[in-house]
Write a protein that binds this ligand. Structure first.
Ligand SMILES: *Cc1c(COP(=O)(O)O)cnc(C)c1O
Length: 351
């Protein structure tokens, strides 16, 4: 039987028997071996995709939210709040609904993918759209939660990172050891920080014999960690990582340096190439931000920067259905045809 994430990894998490477990049976997502791309096959590099789109609300945020909301409830909170590029909001809204709490979600107006807005709406969150970007929304949410009795559930809440570190546990449990490399997209940088915490905790407990090198990829128009300074007006098609001043800046740099890894930028074109490839060649539909992980690894492969025979894990952070508008732009819907066999056969490419 599938267990709540908190039950599965209770020994590694800051919970007690008094903690009410608020769960939607998150985690336990598939680790799918990719067939390609060609450059990986040629070098004998095996890539595995941790498909986080299969979490209850369609992103890895559920791993952190089960813990953050459970701990908020344990502490007597009646409401939770977050700033969000969309997925944190969707997750907070669902877990708050489950817990009988109120969720307040603060979104950068006009830059949240449609599926994520729909989720927050349907789960009954109080939605506030601010005329600003994510960084503005996070600043306001922090101020709001300092002034009012509302629990902050952004990844600056340490329970979020504690929950998200379980992704590394699942990878090691499945592969029998840590991979050589672990690649993921980086926005607010909580997740790369959490992954690294997880690998270190498992290594310390003797569950893994090595640590992976962490490969973080930001979008070129929103790459503060690569530039070494905040970006005032971040821009990218990958709205989930459209962040100019990551809250977990130091955590990300530590993960990179301690692991001997790297944080680089990929262009929107590279992101879209990987986005298309995953859907068309591998059958895995992700949202654009998720594809940044493959885009980065692909570039390393082309530049001959990954050794022969290595194992690489990608975190595919969110489901493709989150952002139907980008899918429709990238792969165009053909116009309707008359309802005749000939027209249908012709439009199908069979005639
Ligand atoms: C939140 C999110 C990210 C970025 O994770 P950070 O912890 O903010 O670095 C990447 N992809 C998706 C789909 C996300 O929802």
């Amino acid at each position: 039987m599938r267990l709540p994430l908190i039950e599965r990894y209770r020994a590694f998490l800051p919970v007690s028997l008094n903690t009410p477990v608020v769960s939607l049976l998150e985690g336990s997502t598939p680790l799918i071996p990719l067939k390609g791309p060609e450059e990986a096959k040629r070098r004998g590099v095996q890539i595995y995709a941790k498909y986080e789109g299969l979490n209850p609300t369609g992103s890895f945020k559920d791993r952190g939210m089960t813990l953050a909301v459970s701990k908020a409830l344990e502490g007597g909170a009646k409401a939770v709040a977050c700033a969000s590029t969309g997925n944190t909001a969707a997750s907070a809204a669902a877990y708050a609904a489950r817990a009988g709490m109120t969720a307040i979600v603060i979104l950068p107006a006009g830059y949240v993918a449609l599926g994520k807005v729909a989720q927050s709406l349907m789960h009954g969150a109080r939605i506030v759209q601010v005329e600003g970007n994510f960084d503005d929304a996070l600043r306001l949410t922090r101020e709001l939660t300092e002034r009012f009795p509302v629990a902050l559930v952004n990844s600056v809440n340490p329970h979020r990172l504690e929950g998200q570190k379980t992704l590394a546990f699942e990878v090691v449990d499945e592969l029998g050891d840590a991979p050589h490399y672990h690649a993921l997209p980086v926005g607010n940088a909580g997740n790369i920080t959490a992954h690294w915490m997880g690998y270190k905790a498992y290594f310390a407990a003797g569950r893994a014999s090595r640590l992976p090198r962490m490969l973080g990829f930001q979008a070129a128009g929103a790459a503060p960690l690569v530039l070494g300074r905040p970006v005032e007006k971040p821009e990218t098609i990958a709205t989930a990582i459209r962040i100019g001043n990551p809250a977990s800046w130091e955590g990300a740099i530590r993960a990179k340096e301690e692991s001997g890894g790297l944080i680089e930028a990929v262009t929107d074109e590279e992101i879209l190439e990987a986005y298309r490839y995953l859907a068309r060649e591998e059958g895995i539909f992700v949202e654009p931000a998720s594809a940044a992980s493959l885009a980065g690894v692909w570039r390393l492969l082309r530049e001959g920067r990954l050794e022969e025979g290595t194992r690489v894990v990608l975190t595919l952070t969110g489901h493709g259905l989150k952002d139907p508008a980008t899918a429709e732009k990238v792969a165009q819907l053909p116009p309707p045809v008359p309802a005749t066999l000939e027209a249908v056969a012709r439009a199908s490419g069979l005639l």
